[in-house]
Design a protein around this ligand. Structure first.
Ligand SMILES: Nc1ncnc2c1ncn2[C@@H]1O[C@H](COP(=O)(O)OP(=O)(O)OP(=O)(O)O)[C@@H](O)[C@H]1O
Ligand SMILES: O=C(O)c1ccc[n+]([C@@H]2O[C@H](COP(=O)([O-])O)[C@@H](O)[C@H]2O)c1
Length: 199
């Protein structure tokens, strides 16, 4: 009997901070596609967020570690945080493929990200490197026109109207962020006084 190749989910994001929308998306895709592991990959310098202030990578990385620690199938990779320069998914996938040559990669994105994917660096190469799973996000009608249908899947996930932008604004305004992000992340934000004055 031939053994099936391991399936590795890849959840890339700026995670400023990581929230329950990210975690539900990863969990749902893992269940639907029978993934053996989902590796969360915080960006180093996100290329599409150069016009905004992004929290230092080490804080975003540590919050992602805290948020995923309790799930034995979730891990966190430093490949993007440790690579100098802007973060591009083509490099993320290349590095992960080198580390895990035996695995099939499933890159998980939200609706807003997949709709821009043709503008990403080396877009045509990406679909050969991974299968893309776009989760539908509340309030966002999904269009995958022009994308290779055999390499892109759409998955509806339970609506979680959470964004990092909203969490930062709430934390900045002194409003609660309990239950929008994992408890450890609430405490990390308070301990390091993140997002103060950002409302
Ligand atoms: N609530 C959500 N449900 C499902 N997917 C999400 C959700 N929020 C973000 N995503 C997806 O997760 C990935 C990482 O997103 P990111 O870290 O930029 O979070 P964000 O909430 O979109 O942040 P920001 O509000 O700062 O832009 C992207 O592919 C994004 O589309
Ligand atoms: O490769 C690119 O050109 C590219 C452009 C924009 C976003 N991405 C990736 O998409 C994921 C979500 O990005 P963001 O900026 O919405 O947090 C993250 O893994 C980014 O590296 C990648």
């Amino acid at each position: 009997m031939t053994q099936r190749r391991p399936r590795l989910g890849v959840m890339g994001g700026t995670f400023d901070p990581v929230h329950h929308g990210h975690l539900v998306a990863a969990s749902e895709v893992a269940a639907r596609f029978e993934l053996d592991e989902v590796v969360f990959v915080p960006t180093g310098q996100p290329t599409f967020k150069q016009d905004q202030t992004v929290t230092v990578a080490e804080h975003r990385y540590l919050m992602t570690v805290i948020a995923t620690a309790s799930n034995p199938r979730f891990t966190v990779s430093r490949v993007d945080v440790d690579r100098p320069g802007l973060t591009y998914t083509v490099d993320t996938l290349r590095d992960l493929k080198e580390q895990r040559p035996d695995a099939d990669l499933y890159f998980i994105t939200g609706a807003d990200a997949i709709e821009q994917i043709l503008t990403w660096k080396d877009a045509e190469e990406l679909f050969a490197m991974a299968h893309f799973v776009a989760v539908t996000r509340p309030g966002h009608a999904l269009s995958v026109e022009g994308l290779p249908t055999d390499r892109v899947s759409i998955l509806e996930v339970p609506a979680l109207a959470i964004s990092s932008t909203d969490v930062r604004a709430r934390a900045g305004a002194g409003q609660p962020v309990w239950y929008l992000v994992p408890d450890g992340v609430v405490q990390y934000i308070a301990k390091h006084r993140l997002y103060r004055g950002q409302s």
